[in-house]
Design a protein around this ligand. Sequence first.
Ligand SMILES: Nc1nc2c(c(=O)[nH]1)N(C=O)[C@@H](CNc1ccc(C(=O)N[C@@H](CCC(=O)O)C(=O)O)cc1)CN2
Ligand SMILES: Nc1nc2c(ncn2[C@@H]2O[C@H](COP(=O)(O)OP(=O)(O)OP(=O)(O)O)[C@@H](O)[C@H]2O)c(=O)[nH]1
Ligand SMILES: [Mg+2]
Length: 441
Amino acid sequence: MPFTDTIYALSSGALPAGVAVIRISGPATTEAITRLCGPLPRARSATLRTIRTRNGEPLDSGLVLYFPGPASFTGEDCCELQVHGGRAVVHAILEELAGVDGLRHAEAGEFSRRAFQNGKMDLVEVEGLADLIVAETEMQRRLALEHSGGGQSALYEGWARRLTHARAMIEAELDFADEDDVPGSVSASVWKDMAKLRGEIEEHIGQAGLAEIIRDGLKIVIAGEPNAGKSSLLNALAKRDVAIVTEIAGTTRDIISVDLSLAGFSVKLFDTAGLRETDEVVEREGIRRARETIGRADLVLLLSDNPARFFTGEAIPENVPIIKVATKIDRDDVSWLPSDADIFLSTKTGAGVADLLEALGSYLPDLAGKTSLSMPSRKRHVDCLRQASAALERSLSAEALGLDIQAEQLRVAGDALGRITGRVDVENLLDVIFSEFCIGK
Ligand SMILES: Nc1nc2c(c(=O)[nH]1)N(C=O)[C@@H](CNc1ccc(C(=O)N[C@@H](CCC(=O)O)C(=O)O)cc1)CN2
Ligand SMILES: Nc1nc2c(ncn2[C@@H]2O[C@H](COP(=O)(O)OP(=O)(O)OP(=O)(O)O)[C@@H](O)[C@H]2O)c(=O)[nH]1
Ligand SMILES: [Mg+2]
């Protein structure tokens, strides 16, 4: 369905800025350009023009870029005005655009939606683009680029093609088994490849946890008895005064979290209420929240300023790794043995903080030698991949039920993959058969 509206918006960030980019897309783009900037500039090159009101009054002088559709970001006629990034400049130009017939301000994501609907991007690429824009760490950038750049889509499309090919072979075996041109028992090699494909999909699904850590950050929870120095450690790692520190045991009640970037990864660090038995209502609620947060941790830093006790009260689930941290080692009234803890530190002197950071690094996924981050980045992808894998499994184990039923499950698997990219191929089975066999020769 062609779009009739022409949309415009400020595509660059907060004003004021050195330069602002105003994008226009849709059928009235050329009309808008000629109204504001004079004769249509040469396509796909930057042209310096004066931008004027309908009365000929100059608003700014800027670079005009015209991209005739379909070879544009959205697939429609597009234009960019790269102007001075002053609030009044941009405001005046947007006002002028609003006055052109058929133009309206774009809604959030509308340029990308048009790019998707015009086949310029698939769903995985659109999602990747959204992630790229909010990426804050190096790993998030790499993951988002893998998706927005089509790497992931190519993988899924390759898998979908193998499923289509397998179905074509089965169809051939069912329909044309009595003809000489069809090699006997094509399905033996087909099933081998389908079993292999299922393994590849399962392995790919196995990477989802890593993608979650990259996107959402590794959740590290600081826990321990009251007064152990938890909030002091949070402040030291955050390098700012986020949490209240006092000498009173039971100071922290709410969960306090800060985002850190560690070796290119996003880390979410949580400070919690000190764990102990208490009748104080507010502190009890704090401790309940602490336990809840500890329950969701990827890693717990268990703190104590006393070698005699690393209190947990069974607050830490068995499968969550723990780093035992001895605190306040600057004090000379306590003496620690090397076996008492994994890390020994003082936030007062800074001793041991580097050791802790190094230890944390070893809990981050090892991506050495990984050039591409090919992994499902969203639950939606994982859901579709699981459906594909399950259908593939049903197909592989339905030998007794006949090729028809097996082929049908391969179709279900292919559709599940097609839903990831949003391009559920309208099947072209016969094309594949004709291209692989000389039927009707
Ligand atoms: N100034 C500016 N910079 C930008 C963008 C933009 O829209 N404007 N982008 C916006 O996200 C990104 C670049 N992405 C783009 C993707 C496709 C096309 C494009 O015109 N595609 C056409 C022609 C392709 C070609 O010449 O090879 C097409 O796909 O047909 C442009 C930008 C980042 N930088
Ligand atoms: N000498 C010394 N004192 C410390 C150090 N770290 C923290 N403290 C002190 O220990 C006391 C408690 O510190 P907090 O960081 O508030 O301890 P907490 O574990 O968050 O305590 P709660 O929130 O009550 O559970 C404060 O008086 C800090 O100044 C340290 O490295 N050396
Ligand atoms: Mg505290």
